[in-house]
Design a protein around this ligand. Structure first.
Ligand code: 4NP
Length: 148
């Protein structure tokens, strides 16, 4: 059972907290967290427009606070889920030697969605569109982790 999952994006104020909030609502048995590859927003709550869009679908992100990904995440979690390829590269840069914890793209869990990354709504401003994709990926990830 690999139920300890950390979601990672760049700022840890839009995509990864939304992914965590959706995933924990769908699969409350999971042990989740999220982090950013940057330290730009450490200590901050999720971005207001992201929180509002999530709240509109019943997801409360208000308890989440940004932090930066560290080497300890490779041992604290069974699976590291990244939003895009740049996240993957920056996560891999802090992998402890010999550690084999998988780092996967969130979109890999929803191949039918036809996306190879989760677009950043901080730039696109499409908060609802990204929530659609996050919900699809979260359902696929939960199926992969919890059913077999
Ligand atoms: P996130 O989005 O990686 O989905 O949290 C971003 C949030 C803030 C910034 C970049 C991306 N920023 O440049 O401050």
């Amino acid at each position: 059972m690999s139920d300890r999952i950390v979601f990672v994006c760049l700022g840890n104020i839009c995509r990864s907290p939304a992914a965590e909030g959706v995933f924990r609502a769908m699969f409350p048995q999971a042990r989740t967290d999220s982090a950013g590859t940057s330290d730009w927003h450490v200590g901050e709550a999720p971005y207001g427009p992201m929180q509002s869009a999530a709240r509109g679908r019943g997801y409360d992100l208000s308890d989440l606070r940004a932090r930066q990904v560290t080497a300890d995440d490779f041992t604290a979690f069974d699976l590291i889920v990244a939003m895009d390829a740049q996240n993957v590269a920056r996560i891999e840069a802090v992998r402890p030697q010999g550690n084999e914890t998988p780092v996967r793209l969130f979109t890999d869990f929803a191949p039918h969605a036809g996306a190879d990354h989760v677009p950043d709504p901080y730039y696109t401003r499409d908060f609802d569109g990204v929530l659609d994709l996050i919900e699809t990926c979260a359902a696929g990830l939960g199926k992969a982790v919890f059913s077999s």
